[in-house]
Design a protein around this ligand. Structure first.
Ligand code: KIV
Ligand code: ZN
Length: 506
């Protein structure tokens, strides 16, 4: 099995710690279950000592996700390791991931430790983690800028006291493929006990080389890649899971490796992350971007029609992008809808199906043809994990080149009904102001994107937004054939999150 590459997903840890990508505990559980479905080997669920929320997330993922190894991050400190173990002990297959910087620049300027002190600290804490559980990973933070002889010395020592995986991070995304490959090769050749551990890599994307560096590492002896969905992570992000996995699959004849990932779940996983965080991927993103399989030039289209292999090195189906097939219409019943959802991989509860069915009927009144993409958008809207404290009952906007944009919004909150009119820079701004005044939540819109979910002028417009309120960031999403309505619903969705999390039900 020496050609098996293990996929260590850190979307919920390194990914989630990047600005704009924070998730609630419930959202992390949803994401973790999808990652399990995707077939990753390890899910790093968080950094338990960092916050109560992280602790709770790691604990719940450990309790609820049994199909993968569950990792929690800890500095090489006893209190960090204890806290990580407290959360991880519920996992069927736990891993304590402990890290310490090894480069002189970090040792001198960040930690004020000598090389010997850092070595002793790494040994002592890996030994301690090992006394708690079988699987322990040690990461030499900033390994790329570490003196390679010292790096090898640290690696040998921590394997001696029980580390089962050794991670070599390019923490600052500084390396280039030939150099990174050669560091990995040096470790393989110089560390005498390296065969007792799995050699892992964790590359950041500051120079856009995270995926290339990860592949170079694999070619030189690494057998685990740490990566994230959509490449999210600190600064410019981490190596993108979908790219690493699809490179290994598409170029298998050349590279000779395989992963345990079910690639047909890639697109759905990427979409789920987008929905949960409100952060869209750029259209030209490899593998999962909206244009990744779209052929625009006439010459390309003609080629693809004759034989898709002319311009397609992998099929959209292989990453789970389905043909936009017409599936249901106005007269389709609840049973047909349920069946289609189950084919799409959703198992909806009775209540969720009822809500989805109402939304489907509504949409079918406005739009003749309903595609899979429409159904997915409805499901992601209606299977929402937060209560709809405020419901949009009515929206009326007035705008035009010669008019001051105004909006009148009616909201229902339980038995109470509120109505307010506002003016703004545009109709959406006016409606959001009215919502702020009724809900008494004052938020700042920080991100806004709109995309057509399916084809045609009557396509659903999907709006993803992020708002900031009292130093926290919240996502909102909604889809409608009317983009002003979708925008206002997305804003309200985010406001409902604020209300739910910060204030409890009003
Ligand atoms: O980038 C990094 O060095 C890390 C470590 C904690 C693995 O995220
Ligand atoms: Zn990192």
């Amino acid at each position: 099995m020496d050609n098996r590459i293990f996929i260590f997903d850190t979307t919920l840890r390194d990914g989630e710690q990047a600005p704009g990508f924070s998730m609630t505990v419930d959202q992390k559980i949803r994401m973790a279950k999808q990652l399990e479905h995707l077939g990753v080997d390890t899910i790093e669920a968080g950094f338990p000592i960092a916050s109560e929320g992280d602790f709770e997330a790691v604990k719940r993922v450990a309790k609820e996700v049994k199909g993968c190894r569950i990792a929690g991050l800890a500095r090489t400190k006893k209190e960090d390791i204890d806290r990580a173990w407290e959360a991880l002990k519920y996992a069927k297959n736990p891993l304590i991931h402990t890290f310490l910087a090894t480069s002189d620049i970090h040792l001198e300027h960040k930690l004020q430790l000598s090389r010997q002190q850092a070595l002793d600290m790494a040994i002592q804490n890996v030994r301690y983690a090992k006394s708690l559980t079988e699987y322990v990973e040690f990461s030499a933070e900033d390994a790329v800028r570490t003196d390679v002889a010292y790096l090898c010395q640290v690696i040998e020592a921590v394997i001696d006291v029980g580390a089962t995986s050794i991670n070599v991070p390019d923490t600052v995304g500084y390396s280039i493929p030939v150099e990174f490959g050669s560091i990995i090769r040096t470790i393989v050749e110089r560390v005498p006990n390296i065969n007792k551990a799995i050699l892992s890599v964790h590359c950041h994307n500051d120079l856009g080389l995270a995926v290339a560096n990860s592949i170079a590492a694999v070619q030189n002896g690494a057998r685990q890649v740490e990566c994230t969905i959509n490449g999210i992570g600190e600064r410019a992000g981490n190596a993108s899971l979908e790219e690493v996995v699809m490179i290994l699959r598409t170029r298998k004849e050349l590279l000779g490796f395989e992963t345990g990932v079910n690639t047909t779940e890639i697109y759905r996983t990427s979409q789920l992350l987008t929905h949960l965080t409100g952060m869209a991927v750029q259209r030209n993103k490899a593998i999962v971007g909206a244009n990744a399989f779209a052929h625009e030039a006439g010459i390309h289209q003609a080629g693809v029609i004759k034989d898709a292999r002319t311009y397609e090195i992998m099929t959209p189906q292989s990453v789970g992008i389905r043909e936009s097939s017409l599936v249901l219409g106005k007269h389709s019943g609840r049973h047909a809808l349920e069946k289609r959802y189950s084919e799409l991989g959703y198992s909806l509860t009775r209540e969720e199906l009822n809500r989805a069915y109402d939304a489907f009927k509504n949409l079918a009144d406005k739009k003749k043809e309903i595609y899979d993409g429409d159904l997915i958008a409805i499901a992601e809207d209606k299977v929402t994990e937060i209560p709809e404290t405020y419901v949009l009952e009515n929206l009326q906007v007035n705008s035009g080149t010669q008019l001051t944009p105004t909006a009148t919004v009616r909201l229902r909150c339980g038995e109470k009904v509120f109505e307010e009119s506002s003016i703004g820079d545009g109709p959406v701004d006016a409606a959001c102001k009215a919502i702020d005044s009724m809900t008494q939540v004052h938020a700042k819109l920080t991100d806004y994107s709109i995309n057509a979910v399916t084809k045609g002028k009557d396509a659903l417009g999907e709006v993803l937004i992020r708002i900031e309120c009292e130093d926290s960031s919240y996502a909102g999403r909604a889809a409608s054939t009317d983009i002003v309505e979708a925008s206002v619903q997305a804003y309200l969705n985010a406001i409902n999150r604020v209300v739910y999390q910060k204030k409890g039900k009003p």
